[in-house]
Design a protein around this ligand. Structure first.
Ligand code: UT7
Length: 317
């Protein structure tokens, strides 16, 4: 069975960084509370940019890094739960903004914060039909449009941003190790969003933080264990675990439970907050720029989010 390889990453952060201190000028919170409970120090909020613009910027950076010709791209998939409009999809806008060929499929998938991992499994299936081509996979969000800045339990957590990857099948039979899951639940975390934007029903993100925390800590650990079991690897064989960057406490809870070194669990949420589907590709791009993703490095990417959804993918660089 062929494996999946990321050959280029890119990211884009819109607007400018908003520190906890700046947020506390308008929201009843403090830098100390946010850092202690989440690890987040700042986030970016878009200022006039659309989700499609953010996604296209990240995509251009990934295509440039991969050094490929746009004509060789077979599909453009955008993982997002915050599209600019119901239709056309963000992916269709990216096709135009990036001047991608017209003989491709371009569509969005919504698995909230697990979106990029659902996306990896999706493009794996698509590339099997066109093994000589590349997939452009983007996680992009403009969550600030869906935040209630009077709800301090949610608005301090999220940020806007996009991350992208150019993906191809491996030439060798490497194996593709992936787990995905879903449990329909609209109580723990939901966002009515654009379909209800013109009614008096609030269209903001609402969440039971403690329940999300419990679900996430459990899902992350189970995904890691399941992938290790499938791939016949031990945690010691994995160079980095790249969790969805939601909360430092969720990540530290997991590495403590697994008795693993904290350095194995990459974290950059302090810079960006929770960027949902963008968080894992942004983390991979930061890791690439830090020189951590040398050839042969194994990363285990793990996501969880609204849906409820969860997933994990093992990638070798
Ligand atoms: O992609 C998935 C996204 N979701 C998540 O990652 C959320 C996971 N959950 C969490 O990270 C945590 O549950 C939170 C960070 C959201 C909240 O932490 P907590 O330890 O569960 O706090 P809490 O909700 O129990 O609130 C404790 C106190 C309350 O005050 P009282 O009732 O004890 O007086 C809250 O009103 O903290 C108060 N509080 C705040 N204070 C200052 C809640 N939010 C804030 C805030 N600033 N932003």
């Amino acid at each position: 069975m062929k494996g999946l390889k990321i050959i280029g990453t890119g990211k884009y952060l819109p607007g400018k960084a908003v520190s906890n201190m700046q947020l506390s000028e308008t929201v009843d919170t403090s830098d100390e509370w946010i850092v202690t409970r989440t690890g987040i120090k700042q986030r970016y909020f878009a200022e006039g940019e659309s989700n499609a613009f953010i996604a296209a910027k990240a995509a251009e950076a990934a295509i440039k890094k991969a050094g490929i010709c746009k004509e060789d791209i077979a599909c453009c998939i955008v993982a997002t739960f915050t599209p600019d409009q119901v239709t056309p999809s963000v992916a269709c806008h990216v096709q135009k903004l990036c001047n991608l060929p017209e003989n491709i499929m371009a569509y969005d998938i919504n698995a909230a914060c697990t979106g990029f991992l659902y996306g990896l499994k999706t493009v794996y299936g698509l590339l099997l039909q066109q093994p000589e081509k590349y997939a452009l996979l983007i996680g992009s969000e403009i969550i600030s449009k869906y935040l209630n800045f009077e709800d301090r339990t949610t608005c301090i957590l999220f940020g806007d941003g996009g991350g992208a990857a150019v993906v191809k099948l491996t030439t060798e039979e490497k194996g593709f190790y992936c787990v995905t899951g879903c449990r329909g639940d609209i109580e723990i975390i939901n966002c009515p969003g654009i379909t209800k934007a013109h009614t008096d029903i609030p269209s903001f993100i609402a969440m039971n933080g403690k329940e999300v925390f419990r679900f996430a800590a459990d899902a992350v650990q189970k995904c890691i264990e399941e992938i290790l079991h499938k791939s016949h690897l031990k945690l010691e064989d994995i160079d980095y675990v790249v969790c969805h960057q939601a909360n430092e406490r969720i990540i530290s809870h997991v590495y403590k439970k697994l008795d693993a070194p904290s350095e194995k669990f990459f974290m950059n949420l302090q810079h960006y907050g929770n960027t949902s589907a963008a968080s894992i590709p942004i983390a991979l791009d930061d890791m690439a720029k830090l020189g951590l993703l040398k050839e042969g490095v194994k990363t285990l990417c793990i996501g969880f989010g609204a849906g409820l959804t969860w997933g994990g993918v093992l990638l070798e660089w």
